[in-house]
Design a binder for this molecule. Sequence first.
Ligand code: SF4
Length: 248
Amino acid sequence: MTRQEFKISYSRVNAYLFCPYKYKLVYLDNFHVPVNSDITFGHIIHKTLEQFHGGRDWSRDVLFEFYDKSWKNDGFKDPQQIFEYYRRGNQILENYYASFCETKSEVLYVEKSFDANIGKYKFVGIIDRIDKHTDGTYEIMDYKTHAQIWKQERVDKDLQLTFYAYACKNVLGFNPDKISVYFLSDNKKICTKRTQDDINNAINTAMDIAEKIGAENFDPDLSKCSVCDFRLKCKHFHEEKAAQKTGA
Ligand code: SF4
């Protein structure tokens, strides 16, 4: 692959920052975490909302029709778990719909993909939703379907949101006045902003990581092994374990 063909994304940056060797396992050796209930549920809700906002009939019935059409049983443990998640999804969408009916903003984009040039690299991503408010301001929204709500500090520092702010300014051509993480399980948004310095730092991080990937620098970060899903597939983890056993 030439450098021009190589595309960096938030997921790639995030994997590399966690552990460079994890990046190699996922993106070069094609190892993946098996699909589980949370992954499937996240896809179902994202797809439901994409279809709902992408259409012209924004009625409650249509929203729930898309929910049923988007449903998949992949990764759930048993019928009881399917039932529990399905019910949770129903509640999420009821609350979401009630909030949507109250909003006066225009949903400008859903699942908006972008493709930006950063230095000699392409940076790609997808933004869940962008609204234009009646006062002319813009809001980026990132949906989360997990139950845990982040603290404000985490939202303020989240790298993915900074990349979205960059894409809005440099690809879509407008300034995001507000960036929100929308925790759908609680129907609660936590909002933040980004400065130009935040954006410059994030882009420099992405370019630096793209350089390291290009140079095939995949040194393991053994401090992360205890919370890594790839332990069983990782030679460095097994080598470290063997060394600890022999006291080397
Ligand atoms: S097990 Fe450790 S070294 Fe291996 S990929 Fe995970 S974090 Fe990196």
